[in-house]
Design a protein around this ligand. Structure first.
Ligand code: ATP
Ligand code: MG
Length: 306
């Protein structure tokens, strides 16, 4: 499979803050890549660089074979983006916003109106379509913003936290939209704070921290890294006791709160954990065996909860 988005050693600093630290990545055409990382990891900076809104300090990238730095117009013709913060006009109605985007992107009047109507319906905004955006709720704005990035289909779509602030039904709508787009061959790079979302949608997951890739793979591959079959989750409310448990279990990468999670494949592994706790006279508030989730991956890679 050929890479439609390819970046090599991309770096970007803001003063002394290194937001992207020599990041390299290849995204195969037609795939959905989930970009995960804690707050401040560099996700938005990466999307801003790839969408020509920010100029990287060094490194290079191509999108659909066009160089980001020397052919930005050609790059722009291949991409659509929904940023982390809404880019819609407050004083216009939802419909006017979408028609406006369509016209900006050179659609004919009727076509722009048709596309706008179709997208408003798809995102459940028909009833509010003719009210000014300033009367919309946060979630309604988010949906309109997403619709705006779909007015003219483009081969590469960047979505920065597309479902933050959406209710569960709207989130499902967005997920279906992403799946539909993927089935038509669109390549999608999406960032998210919801690991379940990456699990549901992404063919590959890239975890970044401090502007660098710290892990990459399918959701299953990443889960296998924390514990192929199962993990044991131990909850201890008392911070002192929790710390003692971490020490005897040899856990150092855990965050400051939340459960202690460790690989526990097979009864023997679990028995070993219980014995260790017993020997140290530690009585956990709760101890459970379960399948690993992406949250576990995230915690073990970055030392903090997403
Ligand atoms: N315009 C800017 N000026 C100065 N520093 C910036 C600017 N934009 C981003 N940064 C810094 O760069 C780093 C990466 O920020 P970025 O917005 O890319 O993170 P993020 O992964 O998108 O985080 P979040 O999950 O909170 O959206 C942070 O340390 C941030 O403070
Ligand atoms: Mg961000």
């Amino acid at each position: 499979m050929t890479a439609i988005v390819e970046l090599r050693h991309l770096s970007k600093s803001f003063g002394t803050t290194v937001a992207l630290d020599g990041l390299s990545l290849a995204i195969p055409e037609g795939s959905v890549v989930g970009l995960l990382g804690p707050n401040g990891a560099g996700k938005t900076t990466l999307i801003n660089c790839l969408t020509t809104l920010l100029r990287p300090d060094s490194g290079s990238a191509t999108i659909a074979g066009h160089d980001l730095l020397t052919e930005p117009d050609k790059v722009r013709a291949h991409i659509a983006v929904t940023g982390q913060f809404a880019a819609i006009d407050e004083t216009l109605t939802g419909r006017e916003n979408l028609v406006f985007f369509g016209r900006l992107l050179r659609l004919g009047k009727d076509e722009a109106k048709d596309r706008a109507g179709g997208l408003l319906e798809r995102f459940g905004l028909s009833a509010e379509a003719d009210k000014p955006v300033k009367t919309y709720s946060g979630g309604m704005r988010r949906k309109l913003d997403l619709a705006a990035s779909l007015v003219v289909p483009r081969p590469v779509l960047f979505l920065d936290e597309p479902t933050t602030g959406l209710d569960p039904v709207s989130r499902e709508t967005l997920w279906d939209t992403v799946r539909d787009l993927r089935s038509t061959g669109v390549t999608i790079l999406l960032t998210t704070q919801y690991l379940e979302e990456a699990d549901q949608l992404a063919d590959r997951i890239v975890v970044i921290d401090h502007g660098k890739v710290v892990a990459e793979g399918t959701a299953q591959e990443l889960k296998d890294r924390v514990g192929g079959g199962a993990v044991c989750e131990i909850r201890i409310a008392d911070p002192g006791v929790r710390e003692k448990a971490m020490a005897v279990l040899g856990r150092s990468a855990e965050g400051e709160d939340g459960p202690i999670v460790l690989p526990a494949e097979g009864v023997e592994a679990l028995a070993g954990i219980v014995k260790t706790l017993e020997a140290a006279k530690i009585e956990p508030d709760d101890l459970a065996l379960r399948k690993p989730t992406l949250d576990d991956v995230f915690r073990s890679l970055t030392g903090r909860p997403e």
